[in-house]
Write a protein that binds this ligand. Structure first.
Ligand SMILES: *Cc1c(COP(=O)(O)O)cnc(C)c1O
Length: 461
């Protein structure tokens, strides 16, 4: 049949609206969306005709296409994915997962009115920061605390408050760029602080700081280089020396510690990663960190330290623009509560739980998934091997966590094809390819998702 005849046969929206399958869809989908999807379907077929891709028009096919389109159009754009990369704090995949109690807390304040800015005891207006301040103080040992939208906002607020139009002295080796192009120097210049870089990339001495102090110095800044390590011939000024220098010249010291580590991981066999508590104990005046990296909570920036400085930040007009939402506060409070007892934190906060998960436990999961895949999926070979996973989120860059992975081999599909098809699954599954092999790391996989994974492989063609 000629193109033109086929085009003329294309059904109209009204005609398709009479089809059973479309009528049924109207029961659970907005009419606007159904109509739009019918247009999209007709367009799809018009293009197929124009490109000579089809020689016949089948209404059955069109309705099938409609069903596929509507399923896609109905599903949220921001949605669940399965993280088989083994990277626990995966910045592209939403960083930390919330614990059950944090999720419940979010739902509770989202569905109901709440005392976000209301002091129930006094019956008067209250402060949104008050709900969480005591808890943060108790856990970190800080004199005072507040929370903003994220750690980038925290850095901005601290510098704007303590160092606007003034100089912040920082070691050249700490001027880092963090994933998603957060560059410490850029954020600093937005804050109005003037950056004074001292030392060299690998070595900075106390005298480098001291020689640059003048009447216009606002803060002595230390940035934790969380996503890389400079090895070999290096020297950093110790926190103690920096604090002493600050005291001597009455200049506040500020550390952007990045990842919000509140547990000493060296107890569990990791390299020592500086904790927030330790920095405060050593005398740093202000420390900032993320809520959704190693802390394992919602996106947030936590600022802790001396009351005189934090009070100034609370009064800064910028705080209004960087303020934290009630759902974040609810999730953060529920997450932080676990830190009152370290064991509870490790057992209940998914990020900590996954980082500290035992090798045996991961192997047990690997065996379980492999057994199910081997039983149900033909034409693939699944094999368990030991490997390493990463913490991610720019935290602990040199730490290799012992793990078990399932390596997938197919005689028909290339690793790239498997990766792509798994990614295009209804619930996308994100895997790694390494040495021409598809790898699924069991560290970040949950048993509740095994059905989805097995199903996805059954549908791989
Ligand atoms: C991650 C990180 C930031 C940015 O924190 P966000 O919470 O992502 O805004 C800033 N500084 C350091 C050192 C970091 O590691």
């Amino acid at each position: 049949m000629m193109n033109r005849d086929l085009l003329r046969k294309l059904p109209k929206v009204d005609e398709l609206l009479q089809e059973e399958i479309v009528k049924k869809e109207l029961n659970n989908t907005m009419r606007t969306l159904v109509v739009e999807t019918l247009r999209q379907t007709i367009d799809t077929y018009r293009n197929l005709i124009l490109k000579d891709k089809i020689s016949e028009l089948s209404k059955e096919d069109m309705l099938k296409t409609f069903s596929e389109h509507i399923k896609k159009n109905n599903s949220p754009k921001l949605r669940k994915v399965i993280n088989a990369t083994g990277t626990v704090v995966h910045t592209n995949l939403g960083r930390s997962l919330l614990s059950k109690s944090a999720v419940d807390a979010v739902v509770n304040v989202a569905e109901n009115y709440n005392n976000l800015e209301y002091d129930i005891d006094k019956g008067k207006r209250g402060l949104r920061y008050s709900h969480i301040e005591d808890l943060i103080k108790k856990i970190t040992g800080a004199e005072s605390a507040m929370v903003v939208n994220n750690n980038a906002a925290a850095v901005m607020l601290v510098l704007n408050t303590l160092c606007s139009e003034k100089e912040a002295i920082v070691s050249r080796g700490q001027l880092v760029e963090i994933g998603g192009s957060f560059r410490v120097p850029d954020v600093m210049s937005f804050s109005g602080a003037k950056l004074v870089e001292v030392g060299t990339t690998n070595r900075t001495h106390l005298y480098d700081y001291e020689n640059n102090i003048n009447e216009n110095t606002g803060v002595l800044l230390k940035v934790h280089t969380s996503n890389f390590k400079i090895m070999g011939f290096t020297e950093e000024v110790s926190i103690e020396d920096l604090v002493e220098l600050g005291k001597k010249h009455s200049i506040p010291t500020y550390e952007d510690i990045g990842s919000g580590v509140l547990v000493d991981y060296s107890k569990y066999g990791f390299v020592y990663e500086p904790t927030v508590q330790e920095s405060l104990k050593r005398g740093i005046d202000v420390v900032t960190f993320s809520g959704d990296k190693m802390l394992g909570g919602p996106q947030a920036g936590v600022i802790v330290g001396k009351k005189e400085y934090i009070d100034k930040m609370k009064k800064n007009q910028l705080t209004r623009a960087l303020r934290v939402d009630k759902m974040t506060l609810a999730a953060l409070e529920a997450t932080l509560k676990y830190y009152l007892d370290e064991k509870e934190a490790i057992d209940n906060i998914p990020t900590l739980n996954m980082i500290l998960n035992s090798k045996e436990n991961i192997k047990r999961k690997a065996n379980k998934l492999k057994r199910r895949l081997s039983n149900k999926v033909k034409n693939f070979e699944f094999k368990i091997e030991s490997d390493y996973s990463m913490v991610g989120g720019g935290a602990m860059p040199t730490e290799r966590l012992d793990t078990y992975v399932i390596k997938v081999k197919s005689y028909e599909l290339s690793p790239e094809e498997i990766e792509c098809k798994l990614r295009m699954n209804d619930t996308p599954i994100v895997v790694r390819i390494y040495n021409n092999e598809v790898i699924m790391d069991l560290r970040t996989l949950f048993e509740k998702d095994f059905d989805i994974i097995v199903n996805a492989f059954q549908n791989l063609k």
